[in-house]
Design a protein around this ligand. Structure first.
Ligand SMILES: [Zn+2]
Length: 279
């Protein structure tokens, strides 16, 4: 299997997988969607009762939304995740699952109204690098005299448990399109190249040619409109064009490498177990 990167941005990646098959491509897709661990807020503790401001003013610890809705919104905020730094809380040897800096991040949020509370108001206790990546996600609007004092704990999880732990979105692939043109079976000057919705067919030197073949969507409009047998379009199941993006909790290349490592480990484990079976 070979991977050729077509486009790589911090949170987006498009690449071609060669010498593969649909089952392998689908295994990579599923690993990207559901298996990559990331940090997300799991426990939220709300302070109840009056909160005194620095100016001596007293605020009520209430908000226009139910605590459950606020906690849900906090859970969905993408948090920076370095998988080298954290382990799952249930597997943490340092604290035996009690919660420690190796398996949890604790955030505090202390805001007084009137204001809009945003993801940028979450302050990590410890390393400032753990602040949410996007600072402008609105959570709740506080009115006059309202305040929020919250402690939130983030832990590692995967999208199999809850969508808030999903790193990637828009994960998809398609067969690599192959466009074969036989200029002998048509009159290039009269060929309706403009019917192609993605505009990859052109007349060059009195011949119909295809440029940027990978943009073809396999819509078959050209096959219907051109002279019969002059153009043949099909998808190659041994080559896939793959694309996905991440929510920013980790880079696209990091997400892909993690997904491939997880798949490798899973298949090595299965192979190891199969070896122990007696025939
Ligand atoms: Zn721990």
């Amino acid at each position: 299997m070979k991977i050729k990167v077509l486009e790589s941005k911090p949170t987006y990646m498009k690449f071609i997988i060669e010498e593969t098959d649909p089952a392998t491509a689908n295994a990579i897709r599923r690993a990207l969607v559901a298996d990559i661990p990331k940090m997300a807020i799991e426990d939220v503790e709300f302070h109840l009762g009056p909160i005194r401001g620095e100016d001596g003013k007293e605020y009520e610890s209430i908000a226009p939304l139910f605590d459950e809705i606020i906690a849900h919104r906090l859970g969905l905020i993408p948090l920076p995740t370095d998988l080298k730094l954290f382990v799952r809380k249930s597997e943490c040897k340092a604290c035996n699952g009690e919660g420690c800096p190796s398996c949890t991040i604790i955030y505090s949020l202390n805001k007084k109204g009137p204001c809009t509370v945003t993801s940028g108001d979450l302050e990590p206790i410890g390393d400032v690098k753990l602040k949410p990546i996007d600072q402008n996600i609105p959570i709740v609007k506080l009115g006059e005299g309202q305040a929020m004092l919250v402690y939130a704990t983030a832990v590692l999880g995967t999208a199999k448990e809850h969508a808030k732990w999903q790193v990637t979105s828009g994960v998809g692939y398609k067969y690599y399109p192959v466009v074969d043109i036989d200029n002998r079976k048509m009159t290039p000057a009269k060929a309706p190249v403009e019917v192609c919705p993605v505009k990859i067919l052109h007349v060059r030197d009195k011949k119909v040619v295809v440029e940027e073949e990978e943009k073809c969507t396999l819509c078959m409009t050209c096959v219907e409109k051109f002279d019969p047998g002059s153009i043949n379009v099909h998808g190659d199941p041994s080559r896939m064009i793959f694309h996905f993006e991440t929510d920013g909790s980790m880079s696209a290349s990091e997400a892909l490498n993690t997904a491939l490592d997880l798949l490798e480990k899973r298949f090595t484990d299965i192979a190891g177990k199969a070896d122990t079976l007696s025939v």
